[in-house]
Design a protein around this ligand. Sequence first.
Ligand code: NAD
Length: 360
Amino acid sequence: MQSLPSFVYQARPARIVFGPGSLQDLEREVLALGAERALVLSTPGQRKLAEALADRLGSRAAGIFDRAVMHVPIEVAQEAREMARVRRADCAIAIGGGSTIGLGKAIALDSALPILAIPTTYAGSEVTPIYGITEGGTKRTGTDLRVLPKTVLYDPALTLGLPVNLSITSGINAIAHAAEGLYARDANPVIDLMAEAGIRAFAMALPRIRADAADIEARSGALYGAWLCGTVLGNVGMSLHHKLCHTLGGSFDLPHAQTHTAVLPHALAYNAPAAPDAMRRIARALDAADAPRGIYDLAQNNGAAVALRDLGMLESDLDRAADIAIANPYWNPRPIERAALRQLLQAAFDGAPPHVGGYR
Ligand code: NAD
């Protein structure tokens, strides 16, 4: 029998309701929270979905706040909180991707309003206690159990309209949580199981979604993967890959899921020499010979952009990106070396295949 390392596993409280058509259980789930009136949150683009949800709730709907945007500006969060107060909402329902769920979290942070999350992307925010709020142009992030949604309702039918390209990149965004979870300093065997199963779920589902966006079985597999990978993000620490993506997203305004997709093969190649067991597990879940190359192929074979240059990054900003990323680094299995990091960023910029054996 394999010897087990010492570990700490801290379960996070969450009620997960999963399945095609599970939206029909919405009223039951609102009542199970001990709530009676829900404020529905969405982006402007998902307003129709929010309206359908409010119609379904009837008198239990306290209104719709449809102005969720990326990075949760504090002013928007304050307006949403005020609307919840004026309309006497006793819970909020966040239906959408990480931006809408992030707005729900900002409301919960100082109102203690329970959040019911209905994710429609694979970002995974719904099962993490991590929040981010932008104030005066700076994004402040933190971890607080008050922001963790009390209930998550995963209905794959709601993801049928997620554009194929965003489905692929959002799926690889989720895989990034699981991949970094496998070499986290505070990793544990239970989370490892979820990470590997999450990556496998996406490896199987994404090519099928590319072939047929309305394949409900594949959509279910991907949303199941999103839950598993998001749970990994909520339980163990993230490393170089997430630091790089926060830098690129925050300082250079690159799109979230697409940036994760372009960077992940290279961040894994950088860490591969220091995390052989994690690489073996990632490769096994992908059914690939090599973990970094397996992620690169998953992205490219399914039509995702693999070059930061195609996402709006400027080559002249790569040096500054490397400087920002090495300032206040997250813990990483391999020490952060400026020259190697700069090489990694160049390869991600060019969309080159990840270096076998890591960057030096
Ligand atoms: P997003 O929420 O910004 O959504 C992108 C766009 O897609 C939006 O316009 C949205 O309305 C639309 N959309 C979402 N679902 C759709 C669907 N099914 N059909 C059609 N359109 C749909 O993108 P995201 O990648 O889900 O979230 C990114 C944000 O979430 C980032 O700000 C990131 O920092 C945050 N995030 C936070 C955590 C956390 O734990 N705190 C985890 C992951 C991501």
